[in-house]
Design a protein around this ligand. Sequence first.
Ligand code: ADP
Length: 810
Amino acid sequence: MLNVRRHALAERNYAALLVTVLGPAVVTLLAFVTDNAVIAALLYVLAIAAASSSGGMWYGIAAAALSLVPFDYFFISPENEFGFSTVEDAIAAIVFLAAALTVGGLFDRERRAQRAAEAAAATARRLQQSAEALSSAMTPAEVLDAVLTQSVAAAEARAGLIALLTEDGRNLEILAQRGYSEQRLGDWQRFPLDIDYPLSYAVRTGEAVFIGSAEERIERFPALPEITEPTHALVCLPLVVEGRTIGGLTFSFGSDQVFDDDRRAMKITLARQAAQALERARLYGALSQAEQRMSFLAEASRTLATSLDFEETLQAIPKLAVPRIADWSGVDVLDEDGTIRRVAVAHSDPKKLQRGWEISRRFPTRADETRGVAHVLRTGEAEFFPEFPSELLEQAKARDPEMGAILEELGMHALICVPIRSRDRILGALTLVRAETGRPFTKADFDLSTALADRAGAAAENALLFREAERRGEAARALAYVGDGVFFVDRQSVVRYWNHAARLITGVPLEDAVGHLAIDVVPGWALIEEHVMPVAATASELARATAIPVGAGKEERWLSVVAVELGDGTVFAMRDVTEEHALEQARSDFVATASHELRTPLAAVYGAVKTLRRDDLELDGSIANTFLEMIESETERLTAIVNQILLAGQLESGRVSLVERECDLRALVDGVVSAARMTAPESVDFEVEAANGAVTLHCDEDKLRQVLVNLVENAVKYSPDGGTVTVGLRAEKGRARIEVRDRGLGIPETDHARVFEKFTRLDPGLSRGVGGTGLGLYIARELVERMGGEIEVDSAPGDGSTFVVELPTS
Ligand code: ADP
């Protein structure tokens, strides 16, 4: 295009030259037709004007000179003579010159205006082209490419580069370049803002730097070494967006340049466009990065949510962070014993990963370390080293050369360590390291790591809650089906939990209990509140059970209750111990009655012996004999009581063996009745009702006699007002049935089963003066059952009692 213009320029000059020479020549030819000087002068003026207008002022002057000679020669007298001595000559010279100057001046001015317009149009065209190229660039790389391609061409520069301020505002980092040797520029990727380089100066001050030649550059910026091919002119422009300098733009020229105002303005405008395009690209980049971050975090949340296992969740995090954010990533937790445990490490290279684990094992993090993981776990404050400070590495090396060597081997370059939190505590620490990729961490990386750790924290907390819920679920299941009644009463004395056993023990269904005041639904609540002392859940001793009576009279039951204080209320466990309580009661009654039973014959024996031994009393033989008989019978009674106690003990421990043989039941019954008749009060009559025929049994005769003696003695004993005691005897369907019937006190139906239990005495207070150990019927039942039979009672108070013994006959 430049050539075309030059060509056009040359053509125009030839034409002007032709007009300049031919114009005066053609007018001179008129001399052969006329000698009118005025007409000739006018025509010469026209030729001069033509030359001026086609070639400019100098062509006009040349044409004027060429016109003046023939005009003087042919048209000014004396004709055909060149004198240039007349007034006419002078006037002609002035007129010709004036014509040349006037028309030439006009022409030149117009040419200049035209050139300026053309230049302005070209500038505008270039700026528009660069603006167009910039507008379609959407990523920083595209913008830089467009800026540099267009700018380099438009600025007629040999090379160009764009450097942006780093996040900390202290350095300039070259993001793109064109025309420089990559290799030589490599070391200059980053340089400080405060250094005395032209671009640093331009960015620092906001002033454009125009340097016309290498000499000028060396003079103004001696600190700038020759980093690329020899450079002549140099332009460094600040990139400013909305009053904020974001970086700088450099153009290098292969030759010396003069930067007039237009060129300067053009370059400053280019820089402004570039800055805006870069900013737009930055915003676009930030937007797409934000989108990527959001989708990364969404993906991370999805991954983290797939596990409800705490450790598994923590282990998933480093895998998410590598290689998206870092080269290395790890998660550490603080164990209950205060040690720091690494639960996960990730690296994309399996070999390095293995090495990472090795290092973790060999150099476990100590909890008292002042920096890094230990510090984050302790304080919850994140640590961020966009570029790992070399002093720290040096310090580590000095402290432990081996560790230092390993850090060097890893090539740790930048580090982020952020806490993984739940709502109320620090669950772990996420560490991210940039090593071999060598890139520093940015604020955006830090924010992303924090966001990832936050999500991990939420997921881990969910896992913990789930574990807790599961544990509670299991505990609740166990509580629901435990044999003890368990209920929880909150601080407002309202029942909040009521298990199945609580319902069975109290008879109060769940829906009637939960949500109601304990006083309204828990039987014996007033006593429980008064007597049961809750222990703290954290107490080292178990809570003591307290027995509480519930209900009254026959309905009275005993509950053993323990209580544990839980902060927001008290949990109670209760157990129905009515039976145990009754046994306990019977035992103590037994001790009382047995003592009484033993003391009575002992007192009689003692009294008799004392009397017999008195020296002052002369006892005749028969009286002495009566005393001796008394001693004998009371001793028998004592022996019987002691035997009964011993036998009960033997039966309980299973140490009684039966000696079975054939026995005649009728003879046995007759023997028992005649013996009873001997000792029974006179108010009692005896009767034996026996069906005809002998009843033969295969049994332990002594033991069966013991049973029958006890039944008959009881019949006598509990008939204080006398009456007939009948012993019935019958054999049917392979069974022998013995009935002992009296007309005595009788037994309430509710006590029918109980009388056969150990120590049970229906009248332990001896209100009818009848003594006993409460063991007789227990022994009777045990023996009968051992002989393969059954014993039961049919009775009602006031109607007497019938005890029935059934035994197999064969
Ligand atoms: P003991 O007679 O030594 O008290 P037992 O085991 O023989 O012990 O009897 C238990 C309880 O059963 C007695 O205390 C009494 O209250 C009741 N009992 C037993 N036999 C009769 C009976 N024939 N009539 C009324 N009550 C009886």
